[in-house]
Design a protein around this ligand. Structure first.
Ligand SMILES: Cc1ncc(COP(=O)(O)O)c(C=O)c1O
Length: 521
């Protein structure tokens, strides 16, 4: 995944190993130990188990995994042509804040495996014990009409971390489902109040809210949307909180006022009474950790209140500690109507997502005046719920959120110093959620062309980072950025190691840029 790099697709990936190690060996199998043809003696349990073990070891042989991967596994957002000459990365193990690939190479998990492994890879056994306890007690019951203790306890627990008045939780299995569930809650809530005509949404350009067809309507990234248009929900996309190139970006108050005025204009254009919800991430990931200017979230709250629009904070990434709070909404002093979450709630140990719902939005459903016409078999699965409860225990016990807050100024200081490095135009972010924007000329903020950005990220930086053992994201959905989001338990020494790799890679790439600029002899 280093270089999880995106050109033309939202979360995808140039993960090419620059110098793949040999894949010709037989992996863990000693010569001659391949599974033999079964004989009648093989039906004894011990022999059968040994055969199964050997067969599964054989399947872990790196070259066999490459072949089986290419033959059978369809990957998300992956340009396979990038891997014509090299292995696709296969990670087999995690240790602390590192992952280890099929050839035994260690990498810093610098994007927390897509913002999920917030506790790194050290707590699997403890979480696994909780999972085993849950499975030996109750394998499964849905949360349709009936419930189970883990989902009940988890809902209460999540509500206790959420802003005041956000008392109810609806569970899903993913972030996209969480976003779609918020949309359906919004639509039904308005209908219940006599406003079924509120069928539109407002979201922001470049924002990523998921890929299922409802959530994709809110996603503001053209390349992900285009193949599937027309999309389900008519959505007006407004500007993200991208200060660096905004004409008023240096004046926080004026920048904030301009962004809010644009939303007011959009509402007027669409018709206020046609809009059901406004969805935004507290810190927008796509484009590179776009921080909101002071007053932005208070402004969103005010606009939504005045126009009867529900405000949804998409905290699929920012929830559960990534920016130093249980929810980033708390950091920005806002009480949204709904918060969508996923990833960090289980720190990657199991799939789970959901929506925290304000009491006033939950009321028609919780009181029995109407029922929510939506459900997902796996929503709030006992296994995922039990895992989430244990993960939340660990976050509390290890004081993980205080650790992120402690690290934030240290990381900020180091990244600010990196502005002196070649090509670094902007540095932004919070907690353990940062981006460096790369520019051709720092003085004029001259941007790289699309072709140059592709060369910079895919051809050069990607293999630099891979060779140095850092997984991060190199993204050019908007301007080219290096995104760094280490596990929340990462210490400052590991973060320094990451930043040294980034600094070395930038120094190397800038030398190449300079050479390209040299006039032909
Ligand atoms: C802010 C945000 N919302 C929604 C999603 C979709 O989540 P999932 O991939 O679990 O469906 C993502 C995924 O990265 C996200 O970052």
């Amino acid at each position: 995944m280093t270089a999880t790099h995106t050109t033309g697709t939202p979360s995808a990936i140039d993960t090419r190993p620059a110098t793949p190690e040999s894949t010709s060996g037989s992996g863990h199998l000693t010569p001659g130990s391949a599974p033999q043809t079964a004989t009648s003696a093989d039906h004894r349990p011990g022999v059968r188990d040994a055969r199964r073990h050997l067969a599964s070891e054989a399947r872990r042989d790196p070259s066999r995994m490459q072949r089986d991967l290419r033959d059978h596994l369809l990957l998300n957002f992956t340009d396979m042509s990038r891997f014509d000459q090299s292995d696709l990365p296969v990670f087999v193990r995690g240790e602390g804040c590192h992952v280890i690939d099929a050839h035994g190479r260690r990498f810093i998990d610098g994007l927390s495996g897509l913002f999920c492994t917030n506790l790194g890879h050290s707590y699997g056994a403890e979480v696994g014990d909780a999972a085993a306890r849950q499975l030996s007690e109750l394998v499964f019951t849905p949360t349709w009409t009936v419930a189970h203790p883990a989902a009940i306890e988890l809902a209460e627990r999540i509500a206790s971390y959420a802003p005041d008045g956000m008392e109810h939780v609806f569970f899903t299995s993913s972030g996209s489902e969480a976003v779609e569930s918020a949309w359906k809650l919004a639509r039904q809530w308005h209908t219940q109040r006599g406003e079924p005509q509120r069928r539109k949404a407002i979201s922001r350009r470049y924002a990523y809210h998921g890929t299922s067809l409802g959530a994709l309507s809110f996603t503001g990234y053209a390349a992900a949307r285009a193949p599937f248009e027309p999309l389900a929900v008519p959505t007006h996309h407004v500007s993200p909180t991208y200060a660096y190139r905004h004409p008023l970006g240096d004046d926080e108050a004026a920048f904030c006022a301009a962004l809010l005025a644009e939303i007011e204009e959009a509402i007027e254009f669409e018709g206020a009474d046609t809009i059901a919800m406004l969805i935004a991430e507290p810190v927008q990931n796509s484009g590179g950790s776009y921080m909101p200017p002071a007053g932005y979230w208070a402004g969103l709250r005010d606009i939504c209140d005045r126009h009867g629009i529900l405000l949804v904070a998409d905290e699929v990434i920012t929830g559960f500690g990534r920016v130093g709070h249980w929810f980033a909404s708390e950091r920005f002093g806002v009480v949204p109507d709904m918060i969508t979450f996923a990833k960090g709630v289980t720190a990657g140990h199991a799939p789970l997502g959901g929506v925290v719902v304000h009491g006033r939005v939950a009321e028609p459903f919780a009181s029995g005046r109407t029922s929510f016409a939506h459900g997902l078999t796996w929503g709030g699965h006992p296994l995922s719920a039990a895992i989430a409860l244990t993960v939340l225990d660990i976050i509390e016990r290890e004081d993980v959120i205080a650790h992120v807050r402690h690290n934030e100024p240290l990381i900020r200081g180091r990244l600010e110093a990196m502005r002196d490095l070649p090509l670094v135009g902007d540095v932004r972010g919070a907690g353990h959620f940062w981006a460096l924007e790369l520019v051709k000329d720092k003085e004029s903020k001259l941007a790289f062309t699309a072709g140059e950005a592709d060369w910079l990220l895919r051809d050069v930086l990607s293999s630099q980072m891979w060779d140095a053992g850092l997984l991060c994201r190199l993204d050019d959905r908007a301007e080219p950025v290096i995104q760094l989001s280490p596990p929340l338990v990462a210490d400052i020494a590991l973060i320094d190691e990451m930043l040294t790799i980034v600094a070395d890679a930038l120094t190397h790439v800038s030398a190449l840029v300079d050479q390209d600029r040299r006039p032909a002899a």
